[in-house]
Design a binder for this molecule. Structure first.
Ligand SMILES: *[C@@H]1O[C@H](CO)[C@@H](O)[C@H](O)[C@H]1NC(C)=O
Ligand SMILES: *[C@@H]1O[C@H](CO)[C@@H](O)[C@H](O)[C@H]1NC(C)=O
Ligand SMILES: *[C@@H]1O[C@H](CO)[C@@H](O)[C@H](O)[C@H]1NC(C)=O
Length: 842
């Protein structure tokens, strides 16, 4: 089997060939795999020993200066330091990695150190989220594993649950954070004083509030104290109620006191990531179906709005068709692993492959990168997420490609980050300058996943299928779903039908082997876990579907260009993949053609002595051949012409100048026609756009046939030229016709003169036949994408403002059912409006 991992990136005006990695998938020999496993183990110990010898009991090791990082002693790094609580963070976080390595002696010794040295009664403000996932998770995992192994491992027989008592102490110190009217926890808490005297921060991130429930539930069930779990469930319940009611997406930052969103951008990366993860894992660990229902809703939303082939966008939760930023962050690399857990392997393969491209290009995955894979933020603190996904994909597919990926990560770590005293974070992947920083997750996760990838699950001292790995790769036992279970926190419906019970409470065996994933997929419903047709927002689903089957994803860059991304291995069946490649080749040919040739018969507008290309309309009178329209432009009021024209008197008989946006082109033309104008000239609302940098397109109609007047579209720079000319001469008369014919006429008129046409249409290569079909497809795509992007900027503010109105007043929320009913009508309005704004503007 020779799969070619092959990515072609085509921008409409530039063709960028990213990389072709032909990996004849060398089967990795058992010896090589074992030696990589051994190397991973040594990497872990190199870091662990460096920490123990030079930093312990400090929270972290500083690998360049080779000493401990102490809160309040080492220069403050701001929020980053909120992980430090003077509680030997790195050791606690590393405990279960020692188990994974089978090093029970050191595990036993380390637990004893934790028991004797680590205390929590410090006047230190820590991050609730980080303390929960790293410290509480680390303590619980070590406790669970020590307890499970105790009978078989002599070195652990002394253990009597001391870590659990410590976990309970720590858990109680986190509880005050939940003392808010919403139940959504504060982002930070003072280990000694709770939230008393805490400088008021009202904001927290979605992931921060929504990544508590696994550890808290484990703590409750292991100690028999329901309070922890109750608090965490309540926070999850509240988060669920504030999801966007029509998109089912979450924002990234919220106000803990009233549950209002502070930042509404929605992605699967930073700020949100592990909230989604915990919805699914709460279901897996606790068997509570409500979490599965929630996860499915979120998952479908993510696949609908955020996933674009391999790319994961960030969108506005309330305007999910609008991209909110054009970069992705490294944290989203966990997502493919989560998809594998779901059994949705194909999109996981795609996104992982995209990340692999990023990694190959920059050696490491930078903290943030753009959708054309440029570095946005260059840091790389040796994060584990990509390895985590690599591990799960390898287990799910058995594809040795993932071992090769892991090997490449390992070599990069060795070559660029290993220092005499541990492993140093990369400050900028472009320069590979190092940073005096080694986060605890490097030991808790990065080396753990690396080791597990090259190892085999059967070599682990515990059966992985009996555990859920938390977001920090700590082990929590699936037996929690039934052990220590009592009524207050959950009502599992037991059923006589054993099969049905299995479906309600899947074992994580589904995490690892393909045949066991099958039932899970069925359970989720054949459609539930499948992504809806990619690129659904587009008008012609079949078109896009066809492209997607050919392995081509389409997305827009912030400047309005369309980017096509082609991956062979995402195309199904191979025949389609071949077509995809042909399509991409034609595309690249096409992309060298000019506006005039891209399938749109361009119009031209002559202003003074210059001719500019203009986009035609698919409605109104067609502008052909020798047609010439001559008139004086007048600006209409309102400028967007989305309602009746108030200055009809001035406009009648003239050419109406109108701004793009707010309503459809056809609606504008209708109002203008009613006002008696003879022509509609629509000016772009994207600053500085010009026909030289953006493809011309035809303004689409709405299927009605009632518009008679012709219309053209001008990009901003041409529009600016026109409005300036008008300012100088309000009686200015312009001529509009078909560009090609105008240009000819103009050139003829200029024969032997030295007048210089502005348009610089190149002479065209022939080969039009074969490109006809392509152009049709493309002009359509370009139109659609151009528009969905072009609408974004100017109206963004009003979208955000409007969205306030779209929320259901909180005091009306009695319970979810009642609320859902009322929202269903509200969300319908929202939807209609959003469709109007985004896609009507054709
Ligand atoms: C943490 O512990 C160190 C060493 O005992 C101490 O110097 C430092 O002040 C403590 N930090 C805080 C914030 O209490
Ligand atoms: C919770 O907050 C209320 C009001 O701010 C306060 O009266 C109460 O003591 C707090 N409870 C805890 C456990 O901190
Ligand atoms: C839902 O709408 C109905 C009718 O408009 C109203 O009577 C009811 O109070 C609303 N319920 C909620 C929870 O807002």
């Amino acid at each position: 089997m020779y799969i070619i991992y092959y990515v072609l990136l085509v921008l409409v005006f530039t063709i960028e060939y990213v990389s072709t990695v032909e990996e004849t998938l060398l089967k990795m020999s058992k010896e090589e795999r074992m030696s990589l496993r051994e190397e991973s183990r040594q990497m872990f110990y190199h870091a662990y020993d460096a920490y123990m010898d030079n930093a312990y009991p400090a929270d972290e090791l500083m690998p360049l200066t080779c000493k401990g990082r102490w809160r309040g002693v080492t220069p403050n790094r701001g929020d980053l330091d909120d992980v430090l609580g003077n509680f030997s963070l790195t050791l606690v976080d590393s405990l279960d990695t020692l188990v994974v390595m089978g090093d029970f002696q050191e595990f036993s010794r380390a637990i004893k150190l934790v028991i004797s040295d680590v205390t929590f009664d410090h006047d230190i403000i820590v991050s609730v989220f980080e303390t929960n996932i790293r410290m509480l998770g680390g303590l619980l995992s070590a406790h669970v594993l020590a307890t499970a192994l105790k009978n078989d491992v002599p070195a652990l027989q002394w253990y009597k649950g001391e870590l659990l008592a410590m976990a309970e102490d720590l858990g109680r110190r986190l509880l005050p954070a939940f003392n808010t009217s919403t139940g959504i926890p504060h982002g930070r808490v003072n280990l000694r004083n709770g939230i008393k005297g805490l400088s008021e921060s009202r904001e927290t991130c979605t992931a921060c509030a929504g990544t508590m429930v696994l550890e808290m539930a484990a703590l409750s069930r292991l100690t028999g104290q329901p309070i922890f779990e109750q608090k965490a469930h309540k926070a999850m319940d509240r988060l669920w109620t504030i999801r966007h009611r029509s998109s089912d997406l979450m924002g990234s930052v919220l106000n803990i006191h009233n549950g209002d969103w502070v930042r509404k951008d929605s992605s699967v990366g930073a700020g949100i990531d592990s909230y989604y993860e915990y919805c699914l894992k709460a279901y897996i660990l606790l068997g509570d179906e409500k979490y599965l229902v929630r996860f499915n809703r979120h998952y479908n939303a993510v696949m609908k709005y955020i996933s674009r082939g391999p790319i994961m966008l960030a969108v506005h939760m309330h305007r999910p068709h609008l991209q909110s930023r054009n970069f992705m962050d490294a944290l989203l690399a966990f997502w493919p692993g989560l998809q594998v857990m779901l059994g949705d392997v194909r999109p996981a393969v795609e996104t992982h492959e995209m990340l692999y491209q990023v990694m190959q290009r920059h050696t490491f995955i930078p903290e943030a990168f753009t959708s054309d894979f440029q570095v946005h933020w260059g840091q790389h603190p040796l994060r584990p997420e990509f390895l985590e996904s690599t591990y799960f994909l390898h287990r799910a597919t058995g594809d040795e490609h993932y071992l090769q990926v892991g090997k490449m990560v390992l070599k990069a770590l060795q070559q660029h980050t290993r220092v005499p005293c541990g492993y140093a974070a990369v400050n900028d992947v472009r320069t590979r300058v190092q940073e005096d920083r080694m986060d605890s997750f490097v030991l808790a996760e990065t080396f753990k996943y690396l080791y597990m990838l090259f190892g085999e699950d059967k070599d682990l001292p515990v059966n992985l299928e009996e555990y859920v790995l938390t977001t920090e790769a700590h082990f929590l036992p699936l037996s929690l779903a039934t052990d220590g279970l009592s009524a207050p926190y959950l009502n599992l419906k037991f059923d006589d039908d054993e099969d049905k019970y299995k479906k309600v409470c899947p074992s994580t065996s589904s995490l690892v082997t393909q045949h066991l994933r099958e039932p899970m997929r069925q359970m989720l419903g054949s459609t539930a876990a499948r992504p809806p047709a990619r690129l659904l927002p587009l008008n012609d689903p079949r078109q896009i579907d066809a492209l997607s089957n050919m392995g081509i994803s389409v997305l827009t860059l912030p400047d309005g260009r369309v980017q096509l991304l082609y991956t062979t291995n995402t195309a199904s069946p191979p025949r389609d993949a071949a077509e995809g490649l042909t399509f991409m080749r034609e595309m690249s040919k096409w992309s060298t053609l000019s506006d005039m040739e891209n399938g749109v018969v361009a119009a031209g507008i002559k202003i003074n002595d210059k001719i500019f290309p203009a986009g035609p309309a698919q409605f109104g009178r067609e502008i052909t051949g020798s047609d010439r329209y001559v008139g004086t432009p007048v600006t209409v009021d309102p400028i967007d012409a989305c309602s009746d024209i108030t200055n009809a008197k001035e406009v009648a008989g003239k050419f109406a100048l109108v701004g793009r946006g707010q309503c459809t082109f056809a609606e504008k033309a209708r109002h203008i026609q009613n006002a008696g104008a003879t022509f509609a000239i629509v000016l772009d609302n994207v600053k500085d756009s010009s026909h030289e940098t953006s493809t011309l397109f035809a303004m689409s109609g709405d299927g009605k046939d009632d518009i008679d007047i012709p219309a053209v579209f001008l990009y901003s720079q041409e529009g600016l030229y026109l409005t300036q000319a008008l300012r100088e001469n309000p009686a200015l008369s312009v001529t509009i016709g078909e560009l090609h014919s105008m240009k000819q006429e103009y050139e003829n008129a200029c024969d032997n003169d030295n007048c210089e046409p502005v348009t610089n249409a190149k002479t065209q290569p022939g080969d039009k036949e074969s490109l006809n079909h392509l152009r049709k497809v493309l002009s359509k795509l370009v139109v659609q994408f151009e528009l969905s992007v072009a609408n974004e900027e100017p109206s963004l503010k009003s979208y955000i403002e409007n969205s306030q109105d779209l929320h259901v007043p909180r005091d009306k929320i009695v319970n979810e059912d009642a609320c859902d009913q009322n929202v269903s009508t509200a969300s319908k309005d929202v939807k209609e409006e959003s469709e109007k704004n985004e896609f009507g503007d054709f």
